[in-house]
Design a protein around this ligand. Structure first.
Ligand code: ADP
Ligand code: ASP
Ligand code: MG
Length: 436
């Protein structure tokens, strides 16, 4: 039978109304068999807070009480019988331990965060069980990763084996299988997590392994929009984007999809759809191999650093770039945007460049670091089809300081880097020019 993998985000499991909608949606189609869930909205943030409060011997008990209350309220409203006291006791004991040693490692942070998805999935399982044959699987037993806690890398080979062993046998027996998003485990069985928002990625991985007919990302907006609705309230739903465009958009700030979501589905050509749990008859945005050659969306990503490198060593010599990039590789620092001239390179990173990296770079070039930058990307393969695009873009942003400009070989994206304080104004100016 064809399988649809349906992922429900935090707000889609965050209230009685949402969970009732979720059930209506999954019962509507027999194919919606794999239900990947996020933590109840706000709970992952609270778990992070509980951990940091415990470490500094602060008020973690109040935070824990809040987490407990939110779940108990849902259980009551949904009228299910479910005892989560074992989970809460376990979490409490762990936080007490953090408090007494005064240390919170990335490993213990991931263990604490795992409770978010473990608790929400329990509630969804109980609620679905009332109307279907449902079972929950902790993705610790399915998704295998390396040991980079809090930003783990998938181990696809081990994950395939685990899915074969722990998930496939259940497919025949159960109608609905609820799976925790976001979390995985190391070979030793310790909890890991993907980066924030990683449940989308978990669902995409399962869609790949199960050769799903479709991946559905159920969220709280009508699809991928022409801009972040928090900046442009009138932003419109895009009916269809292609895989490359969706990747660029999510990588450069469109929070609606985790940046890694597309990777597993592209490999198998699985269509993905972003849909609204609260408006579920709407078709949302379909992500496929091909889309119309239009300009799709403008997105922004905050908190970047620009690293400017100047060197006369670069003039006419070969291998200078290779040297610079290999330093980033040695320090495992991801570069987002690059632009170069004959004697300078500008690049951006998401994290603050560590001192050791800077020292290495200084052996080859003078280094300038600028913080609080925002990457703004105009995305859509239509950018390559039309004349005057750059003229219009630069005209639209003429009143702002543009710190970097980059356009890749493929015409799907033009990127500007601006000061954080100009983010909203620049987005609005670009939106007016290209989407109004
Ligand atoms: P979920 O909890 O369902 O995973 P997220 O909060 O991670 O939901 O992502 C959905 C949110 O992404 C929306 O509520 C919206 O505010 C934000 N967003 C930012 N950019 C875009 C965009 N281009 N299209 C749609 N949503 C966007
Ligand atoms: N609960 C996690 C987070 O808030 C993962 C997710 O929602 O996708 O980041
Ligand atoms: Mg999300």
């Amino acid at each position: 039978m064809d399988i649809i993998v349906s992922k429900f985000g935090g707000t889609s499991v965050g209230s009685q109304e949402a969970i009732e909608k979720l059930r209506e949606i999954v019962l509507e189609k027999e194919e919606r068999k794999i239900i990947v869930v996020s933590a109840v909205s706000g709970v992952t943030d609270l778990l992070i807070k509980a951990g940091t409060e415990a470490k500094k011997k602060g008020n973690w008990k109040t935070v824990l009480a809040d987490i407990r209350e939110r779940h108990l309220k849902l259980i009551k409203e949904l009228d299910i019988v479910l005892d989560l006291s074992k989970h809460f006791k376990g979490l409490e004991a762990f936080l007490r331990g953090i408090e007494s040693i005064g240390e919170l490692t990335p490993r213990s942070r991931d263990y604490i965060l795992s409770f978010g998805e473990r608790l929400s999935s329990k509630i969804i399982e109980s609620f679905l069980e009332k109307k279907s044959k449902a079972i929950r699987i902790n993705s610790k037993y399915l998704i295998k990763t390396n040991e980079t806690f809090s930003s783990a890398t998938l181990d696809m080979k081990e994950t395939r084996k685990a899915v074969k062993k722990n998930l496939l046998p259940k497919l025949e027996e159960y109608d609905k299988i609820i799976i925790t998003g976001f979390i995985g485990s190391t070979r030793q069985g310790e909890y890991t997590t993907f980066s924030r928002g990683g449940s989308d990625y978990s669902a995409a991985i399962l869609a790949n392994i199960l050769d799903a007919k479709e991946l559905e990302i159920w969220t709280d907006v009508d699809g991928i929009l022409t801009a972040n609705p928090k900046i442009i309230p009138q932003a419109k739903v895009i009916k269809n984007v292609n895989y490359r465009e969706a990747s660029e958009l999510s990588y450069f700030g469109a929070k609606v999809l985790h940046p890694k979501t597309i990777e597993p589905v592209v490999e198998k050509g699985i269509p993905a759809r972003v849909v609204n749990t609260f408006n579920h008859k709407n078709r949302g945005t379909l992500i496929t191999e091909k889309s119309k050659k239009t300009i799709k969306s403008v997105s922004s990503k905050n908190g970047s650093y620009i690293i400017n490198l100047y060197s006369t060593e670069m003039l006419g010599t070969s291998g200078f770039m290779a040297k610079i990039f290999s330093i980033f590789l040695e320090h495992s620092i991801v570069i987002d945007v690059v632009s170069t001239s004959e004697s300078s390179i500008s690049l951006t990173t998401e994290c603050e460049p560590p001192t050791l990296l800077v020292r290495e770079l200084e052996k080859h070039a003078s280094v300038e670091i600028l913080k609080n930058k925002t990457i703004i990307s105009l995305v859509g393969e239509g950018l390559g089809e039309r004349k005057n695009i750059l003229y219009r873009l630069f005209g639209a942003v003429k009143n702002y300081s543009i710190r970097m400009v980059s356009q890749g070989a493929l015409p799907q994206n033009i990127t500007l880097v601006v000061d954080k304080r100009d983010e909203k104004l620049v987005i609005r100016a670009i939106y007016r020019e290209f989407f109004n």
